[in-house]
Ligand binder design. Structure first.
Ligand code: HEM
Length: 361
């Protein structure tokens, strides 16, 4: 103890050491990780988290100017885009970051699906939280788009509410809740705004905290066969674990910096534009949702009405229960990796439907 006191610098000097102390605090975040996470496609999960932070900060800035009512919504978005200093830039970052967040949620869940990341004790909970996060992310995008009050966003809500009402029992009241009545009306935009800003972001933040809690509690899955697991064990014995802090955290920070640059370049090269103002009396010739709803949209064109909705519900239920379905498949054919092939087939079907909708008029 005497030695420690002798080494302690005087107060003024100690203040300079605060960054060091901070690093000491951050090192409490350390967690032993498998070396497999060093492969870049195994670490996509944190990227939607990065874009979520961008969404929160740019979203707060946009709320300073956005006015949620049918008379003012479109005009306030135009004001942000054309008159507020750098308003176009903040809006463009918000739009590009939303698209990239969804892209990386899809990529991350595809990686987890194909490598069986949901396998092992308790990881079903990580998976189920993830599935709910996927749905909330899509709802965030949908409600955000509807706020612009352009022709396509207005008719997007109309189509979505009609589709919703096909869901047995809960569909019609759910559609009424979203619209605040049987028809889109003056209160629909403020309801969408409340859902987009006050309900979904805190819910997604809580779910993310739960997701990370489960990842830490149950650990990361070591992918591959018995040989890969043995190789990982040997690596752990020889080199010790790969550390979350500082190694992995610093690697992720570098990725975030690159992504930040990509985001800025995209916002500058392809800034958001204003579409035509919503007109409830004129139905657009072609109604097309955003790219992330293409597969669902195409599905409902192939199987219209309640049949299509019930099939989509079944797909979602299978998605949630996948870790348990996989267990049964493994018992049925232990060597065939049926879940991986079926998962890959599901992803290929989704990408195929998305492309089909993208090229159709
Ligand atoms: C906003 C969305 C999400 C965020 C921020 C997020 C974050 C993360 C992070 C940081 C990891 C650690 C490993 C990695 O980086 O890949 C992870 C792992 C995991 N995620 Fe997510 N995730 C999200 C969505 C999802 C979705 C949609 C699913 C599945 C449907 C999912 C299921 C899992 C599972 C099962 C693991 C453990 C993987 C393993 O042990 O190999 N996550 N997530």
């Amino acid at each position: 103890m005497a030695n420690a006191n002798a080494d302690t610098p005087p107060k003024a000097k100690r203040r300079e050491l605060i960054p060091g102390a901070l690093i000491g605090r951050l090192s409490d975040l350390d967690e032993p990780l498998p070396h497999s996470i060093k492969r870049w496609f195994f670490a996509w999960g944190s990227i939607p988290g990065f874009f979520f932070m961008v969404q929160i900060s740019t979203g707060i800035m946009l709320t300073f100017f956005y006015q949620p009512s049918p008379e003012t919504a479109y005009e306030s978005v135009r004001f942000i885009t054309e008159e507020v200093r750098y308003g176009w830039f903040i809006r463009s970052i918000h739009m590009w970051s939303a698209n990239l967040m969804i892209l990386f949620v899809f990529l991350h869940s595809t990686r987890v699906l194909i490598t069986g990341g949901y396998r092992g004790k308790g990881r079903w909970a990580t998976w189920m939280f993830g599935m709910t996060m996927l749905i909330l992310t899509l709802l965030l995008a949908f409600t955000g788009y509807s706020l612009i009050y352009e022709q396509l966003s207005y008719w997007g809500i109309t189509v979505a509410a009609n589709i919703n009402s096909y869901i047995p029992l809960i569909g019609p009241p759910l559609a009424d809740f979203v619209r605040y009545g049987a028809e889109i009306n003056a209160k629909t935009v403020s309801r969408m705004f409340a859902i987009h800003t006050f309900l979904l972001p805190p819910a997604l933040a809580l779910l993310t905290a739960g997701h990370i809690f489960f990842i830490r509690k149950f650990g990361l899955h070591v992918p591959g066969n018995a040989d890969d697991i043995k190789a990982e064990e040997e690596l752990q014995k020889k080199k010790g674990p790969y550390h979350f802090f500082p190694q992995h955290a610093l690697a992720e920070l570098v990725v975030f910096l690159y992504l930040g640059v990509v985001l800025i370049l995209l916002a500058m090269a392809y800034p958001v534009e204003m579409g035509e103002q919503a007109n409830p009396l004129v139905t657009p010739e072609h109604i097309k949702p955003e790219w992330y709803f293409y597969a669902t949209f195409r599905w409902l064109k192939i199987f219209p009405g309640q049949v299509g909705i019930l099939m989509l519900g079944a797909v979602a239920a299978i998605g949630f229960g996948w870790p348990f379905i996989d267990k049964q498949l493994q018992k049925l054919a232990p060597k065939l990796e049926l879940a991986m092939w079926l998962g890959a087939l599901g992803v290929i079907t989704m990408v195929g439907m998305t492309l089909l909708e993208a090229i159709s008029k």
